[in-house]
Design a protein around this ligand. Structure first.
Ligand code: 5AD
Ligand code: SF4
Length: 469
């Protein structure tokens, strides 16, 4: 065997994953990397070095979907360049666009080797082997491997866990998916179609993954689910356990210092979960609880299954349990039929609730959703104007919330070196970025920090206790 051949066989293959969309996709991308590690794939941050590129896509709004096709155009060029210099590049499309438009992607972009949905990640090594076997076929015979089935088997039970060293490189905070899919069927949303029906992971699986993360040095876990507070995983006796009860079980893991969860639906914010916020200091006082609109007419048309008054009463109840709870939300402007008064009602609910942060979007018609067949679409310029006004209000609330923190001392999980020399950075309990002067030895623990100022989108702090340099 020549030296060149030996080198090519021993060189680890490089994997580049581009992640679009929500935190669940961030989690899934890591799990795909874990699934491919035993196949000899190492992650790279340089797309030019990659032997395999995976696009983990998002289908939630039209713009998010469109990005996939323009990225595939660029990848085709990269593949040609690599082939011209004797190399090669395999391309896979994963995630929700793949799930919703598998065949269409394969037809529009023949450059793709694999198209597979979020429920197929545990079958990735097998798909890769099938795609590789076609590598040298004539292009007319080559067919992309497509897997968009919702399998019977438990995907998570078949996905390998990350090695401890790998978890360590991913940082002090980690995502952990506990629930996938959604049965709520909000009339604007594709999630119930792309991610399927609600499925909760069994309690023991969640606890085991959490223990493994903490054992590798993770201090903060964010539980993920499209409708995370609808979690109802089974315990060892076959009894369904809600998210509140799960939080108490996770709180017993020694070394786990902070717990968060996202995204929640107001209808699933039950008493047990609210009690957990009252009782468990590790459950952080920051809650993403989207309301989408403040108009009862629009909430009904969106099939949100609650009124604005019910939402406000719920916020009161949550704040009674945890008075310093900071809230975050999602809003859609320009849902079909939304008139000026409906929009004013949305501004009112924002004023009344008071958000620490919020995400807002123009309504985007999604194929296959009930919203897509509604008449009375709102003009684009009206959507633009409403979005601007809403964001102005929310930005003012975010600024006011940051300013209200100045003078307070709060625990900050120091996670990294700061942008400036001699600085470190971390997160407040309310998920705000905090930076302060201090040695790198602070990284990895929670420290008491006095907030002395604000800068754009972050807080400036000063360490309270003395620390050995
Ligand atoms: N158009 C605009 N925004 C949407 N979202 C979901 N579907 C749509 C859509 N069709 C927003 C909602 C949701 C967030 C994740 O994305 O606000 O909470
Ligand atoms: Fe979509 Fe509504 Fe389910 Fe959230 S609760 S994922 S918005 S259908």
């Amino acid at each position: 065997m020549s030296t060149a051949e030996t080198a090519s066989q021993t060189r680890p293959k490089k994997l580049f994953i581009r992640t679009y969309g929500c935190q669940m996709n961030v989690y899934d991308s890591d799990r795909m990397a874990d699934a491919l590690a035993p196949q000899g794939y190492e992650p790279t941050t340089e797309i030019e070095d990659a032997d395999l590129v995976l696009l983990n896509t998002c289908h939630i709004r039209e713009k998010a979907s469109e990005k996939v096709f323009s990225e595939l155009g660029r990848l085709k060029e990269l593949q040609s360049e690599k082939r011209a210099s004797g190399g090669d590049l395999m391309i896979g499309v994963a995630g929700c666009v793949a799930q919703a438009e598998g065949e269409e992607i394969a037809r529009r972009a023949p450059v793709v080797d694999m198209v597979f949905g979020p429920q197929a990640y545990h079958r990735l090594p097998d798909m890769l082997a099938r795609a590789e076997s076609q590598r040298h076929m004539h292009p007319s015979l080559k067919k992309p491997v497509i897997d968009t089935d919702f399998p019977e088997e438990d995907k998570f039970a078949h996905l390998p866990a990350a090695k401890k060293e790998v978890t360590l490189t991913r940082g002090l905070t980690a995502f952990l998916t506990v629930q996938e899919g959604c049965d709520k069927f909000c009339s604007f949303c594709v999630v119930p179609y792309t991610r399927g029906a609600e499925v909760s992971r069994p309690v023991h699986q969640v606890l085991e993954e959490a223990r493994r993360l903490v054992d590798a040095g993770v201090k903060e876990i964010t539980l993920l689910g499209q409708n995370v507070n609808a979690y109802h995983g089974l315990d060892a006796t076959g009894r369904p356990v809600g998210l509140g009860e799960l939080a108490y079980l996770l709180a017993e893991i020694s070394g786990l210092e902070r717990l968060r969860y996202t995204t929640s639906h107001p209808r699933d914010m039950d008493d047990a979960l609210i009690a957990a916020h009252r009782d468990l200091p590790l459950l952080m006082p920051y809650l993403h609880l989207p309301v989408q609109s403040g108009s009862d007419r629009i909430l009904k048309a969106m099939n949100r299954k609650h009124t604005s008054a019910e939402y406000l009463a719920l916020i009161d109840k949550i704040k009674a349990a945890r008075p310093d709870m900071a809230l975050s939300g999602d809003f859609i402007v320009g849902f079909p039929g939304e008139n000026d008064q409906d929009f004013e009602d949305t501004l009112s609910i924002i004023r009344e609730t008071g958000y620490a942060s919020a995400y807002s979007f123009k309504y985007s018609t999604r194929p296959g959703t009930p919203g897509a067949s509604l008449g009375d679409q709102v003009a684009e310029e009206v959507k633009t104007e409403r979005l601007y006004r809403l964001q102005e209000l929310v930005n003012a609330q975010t600024t006011a919330f940051h300013a209200s923190c100045v003078g307070k001392t709060m625990p900050v999980l120091i996670e990294r070196v700061g942008r400036m020399q001699g600085q470190v950075g971390g997160r407040s309990p309310y998920l705000q970025a905090v930076h302060l002067d201090g040695p790198t030895s602070l990284i990895g623990a929670i420290h008491q920090v006095e907030i002395i100022g604000t800068s754009t989108n972050s807080l400036v702090g000063r360490l309270k206790q003395a620390v050995a340099a």
